[in-house]
Write a protein that binds this ligand. Structure first.
Ligand code: UGA
Length: 451
């Protein structure tokens, strides 16, 4: 198929490269000239394991190109909308200006028979208004909604081997044409038996925000249990393990700690609440307000713990923060819990040094007042307290005996319940974690597999 991908951020760049890898002729249209040029050289403008290689191999076949010129859209027959829908400044609602601008550009180049496929996460009802724009400009074009469930850090795998595909289709011939085009695009993925859910436009839009809301709720649920554990001296990691064995609950996405951040879950649950309000069903999602509140409280709790550890005040104290990205294997710092904690501690006068394997450049740009170090040793040198806030594998695997040589006091706060408390305690560190007793009563609990 001849495919265009409109908007080459995390979603679009990965989608373009993966569609070319499936054998299609793909052009990525990216309004930012520099980004388009970088992508055309086979470099991802962000950290995503495996993407550079895939871009380069696909570019080499001649089946993938990137351009900042909208005219390239004219050659494609299937157009994927992959632009961002960030949170509006000062509001919960999603900013749809990029989506509308993308569609306005696209409709200029549509031909009869073209299929426009929305992938951006949008408030339910948006696809219907895009359909109006498309059919007004080109009555013989079709619209479908095909939400994306990729996770940063695993984006290539999630695109080429997704858990499921969802098509939101219009009724009648328009839907049939869109379905045929999508089946052709995803042929190799469908051939592997990937489940496919075909539904209408509004349900498809809802599926995406429902999925992210459920994931956010799961995380906040276990973090609410962490609050209880802190009040009762219980161990939230053992709670997660024990309830997670019930297949109806499941252990995945039940890792207690600093909570969720990033460019998706926080803004998606807020936009969902805003949309529910517009639809007059805000009560249905009032629990998401609590999900959000629990999530934010974990960050404050982390700062409180740091203060407790430092005897009531962190002013002037040397504190090392391991992790800046919102999660490991990403350089994304949007709504990063780690940087939020680092900033709060800095505002309270602490002498904070942050390190991260991939997100330092982004973090430096956004938080010019914070201090950064390229290496763990550089960050922890002379520290009175070390905070693990993003569970990069290289931090989880740190040797506490070795690290002890660099710090002023061996005290660690584990914001992700990712370190082995027994090993760290045995190495002479004072270990505390969110949702666990000061010294782990039962270190065996820890050894249970962290999925
Ligand atoms: C999320 C969803 O997982 C994807 O399915 C979805 O496609 C994507 O949003 C999107 O809407 O585009 P992502 O933002 O890449 O993906 O990150 P997640 O892996 O969901 O992690 C989100 C946050 O939750 C991270 O800060 C992570 O540290 C935190 N988290 C995750 C926990 O605190 N506990 C857990 O058990 C799992």
């Amino acid at each position: 198929m001849r495919i265009s991908v409109i908007g080459c951020g995390y979603l679009g760049a990965v989608h373009a490269a993966c569609m070319a890898a499936l054998g299609h002729d793909v052009v990525g249209y990216e309004i930012d000239e520099t980004k388009a040029a970088v992508l055309a050289l086979g470099d991802a403008p962000f950290y995503e394991p495996g993407l550079d290689e895939l871009l380069r191999s696909s570019l080499a076949t001649g089946r993938l190109a990137f351009s900042s010129k909208p005219e390239v859209l004219a050659d494609a027959e299937v157009h994927f909308l992959c632009v961002g829908t960030p949170q509006k400044r000062g509001e919960f609602a999603a900013d749809l200006s990029y989506v509308h601008a993308a569609v306005e550009t696209l409709v200029e180049f549509l031909s009869p028979g073209d299929v426009v496929v929305g992938k951006s996460t949008v408030p339910v009802g948006t696809a219907e208004s895009i359909r109006d724009m498309v059919s007004e400009a080109q009555p013989l074009a079709a619209l479908a909604w095909n939400p994306e469930f990729l996770r940063e850090g695993l984006a290539v795998k999630d695109t080429l081997a997704p858990d499921r595909l969802v098509y939101g289709l219009c009724p009648g011939g328009e839907g049939e044409r869109a379905r045929a085009a999508l089946d052709a695009v995803y042929g190799p993925i469908l051939a592997k038996g990937t489940p496919l859910v075909c539904t209408d436009l509004s349900t498809a839009q809802l599926v995406k925000v429902a999925a992210n809301s459920f994931l956010a709720t799961k995380i906040s649920f276990i973090n609410a249990m962490a609050e209880l554990c802190e009040a009762t001296g219980s161990d939230v990691v053992a709670v997660a393990e024990a309830i997670g064995y019930d297949p109806r609950i499941g252990r995945r996405f039940l890792n207690p700690g600093l909570g969720f951040g990033g460019g998706c879950l926080p803004k998606d649950i807020r936009a969902f609440m805003a949309r529910a309000g517009e639809l007059g069903v805000d009560q249905a999602l009032s629990f998401l307000r609590e999900v959000d509140a629990i999530n934010i409280r974990r960050r404050t709790r982390m700062v409180d713990l740091a203060r407790e550890e430092c005897g009531g005040s962190i002013a002037g104290r040397r504190i090392a923060v391991l992790g800046a990205a919102f999660k490991p294997n990403s350089d994304d710092i949007r709504d990063s819990p780690a940087l939020s904690v680092a900033e709060q501690m800095w505002l309270q006068g602490a002498d904070v040094t942050v390190t991260d394997p991939a997100a330092l450049d982004n973090a430096r740009r956004k938080y010019p007042d914070l201090r950064f170090a390229e290496t763990v040793q550089g960050a922890v040198r002379g520290a009175e307290l070390v905070l693990l806030l993003t569970e990069w594998p290289e931090y989880v695997d740190l040797d506490p005996c070795d690290l002890k040589r660099f710090v002023a006091r061996p005290r660690v706060l584990d914001g992700r319940n990712a370190l082995d408390p027994e090993i760290w305690s045995r190495a002479g560190w004072s270990y505390r974690a969110l949702g666990r007793t000061t010294t782990p009563a039962d270190a065996q609990t820890w050894r249970a597999q962290r999925p």
